[in-house]
Design a protein around this ligand. Structure first.
Ligand code: PMP
Length: 360
């Protein structure tokens, strides 16, 4: 059976060689005769796996010294709470840039612990655009500025620098981490659920600058304290070893591709081709301002929505899966993360063109 092309927004397609390696190693992890998931997390081999994985991530992302890499559970959603719980005690107002559904959720969660200030919002454009970062009005007493640097549902990605912002910038990079070079030193804290560009659900990567690791709000469970997690090497309790293992394989795969700089070129080309196909068509439409169009998540609608079902059936026949848009916005969405090749994106473009020609 040929493998379908999976455009799911997450959990998403993994590199085939990673899936093959998981299958190969499932019965015997590093000559131990048992799978990685059956080892104690206190086993030196698993402790080493965590350390190696953090080192690989540091090298790939160019994480400078002075940052901790944590492997936590609870998904990126738990970070919506964990960020304010850990950063509010430092003082200052929690500031948020509202770019779409995921930032809305982060803001709503912050309201449980503080009073978030929305310093820029794309709401008036129905989240198809947002003010450039150099026009955000950051209050002097900002405690941190939270940015969803890629909105997975609306397909809005911010490409700018945050170096001018004094307060620590906290970024939800769940859906585009490792897709292109980012200057980590511009951020106080970066978090990302793994099930898109990093591997599989179950682990959330948190990269936090050391000076932001401190006492959390008193109500914070120990499990949710960055300080306690950092002091315990992300092993306060039984961590998601299987998910960290998959992450390690994905990072190794990315190294073999030539790292972030190399994948960035492929990602730019994939997105450029797909947007050109959409913009050049009479049937498909993407409403996002070209300045902030995501390279990872490309939503589009059919101008004649009565064709939606037929379009999805046509794609399914060509073994292109999960192109239906998020239930909150409808339409279609192609998520084309690192593991999606240029050839696979071209197949989608060809199938879309074929559908349009037949309907013309
Ligand atoms: N933030 C963004 C940008 C996301 O895309 C998602 C998931 N699609 C989340 C947060 C929530 O992630 P999780 O399901 O890991 O909690």
């Amino acid at each position: 059976m040929t493998r379908p092309i999976n455009f799911c927004s997450g959990p998403s397609q993994l590199p085939l060689s990673v899936v093959q390696r998981m299958a190969d190693e499932l019965m015997d992890f590093r000559g131990t005769g048992i799978s990685v998931m059956e080892h104690s997390h206190r086993d030196p081999m698993i402790v080493a796996l965590f350390a190696e994985t953090a080192e690989r991530l540091k090298a790939l992302m160019g994480i400078p010294s002075g940052y901790h890499v944590l492997f936590l559970a609870g998904g990126a959603t738990l970070q919506f709470a964990q960020v304010p719980m850990n950063l509010l005690p430092r003082g200052g107002r929690p500031c948020y840039v509202e770019t779409g559904i995921w930032s809305e959720k982060a803001i709503a969660e912050c309201r449980r612990y503080g009073e978030p200030v929305v310093i820029a919002s794309g709401r008036s454009s129905n989240f198809t655009d947002v003010l450039p970062a150099d026009q955000w009005v950051v209050p002097e007493d900002a405690g941190y500025v939270h940015v969803t640097t890629n909105e997975t549902i609306q397909g809005v990605e911010l490409f700018e620098s945050y170096a001018h912002i004094q307060a620590p910038v906290v970024a939800d990079m769940s859906s585009h981490i490792l897709s292109r070079a980012m200057s980590v030193s511009e951020f106080g804290l970066i978090y990302a659920g793994a099930q898109k560009n990093l591997g599989t659900a179950g682990v959330t990567v948190v990269i936090v600058r050391d000076d932001l690791i401190g006492a959390a709000l008193p109500i914070t469970p120990g499990m949710l304290s960055y300080q306690t997690q950092a002091a315990n090497e992300s092993m306060i309790n039984t961590p998601p070893v299987g998910a960290v293992y998959v992450l390690s394989l994905v990072l190794e795969w990315l190294e073999a591709q030539g790292g972030v700089a190399a994948i960035e070129l492929v990602n730019a080309e994939k997105a450029a081709r797909l947007y050109a196909a959409i913009d050049g068509s009479a049937l498909y439409h993407n409403p996002v301002d070209p300045r902030v169009r995501s390279r990872m998540n490309i939503p589009f609608v059919l101008r004649d929505a009565s064709l939606d079902t037929a379009f999805l059936a046509h794609c399914a026949e060509a073994r292109l899966l999960n192109l239906k848009g998020h239930r909150s916005v409808g339409g279609m969405r192609a998520s084309i993360y690192n593991a999606m090749s240029l050839g696979e994106v071209q197949t989608l473009i060809d199938v879309m063109a074929d559908f349009e020609t037949r309907r013309a």
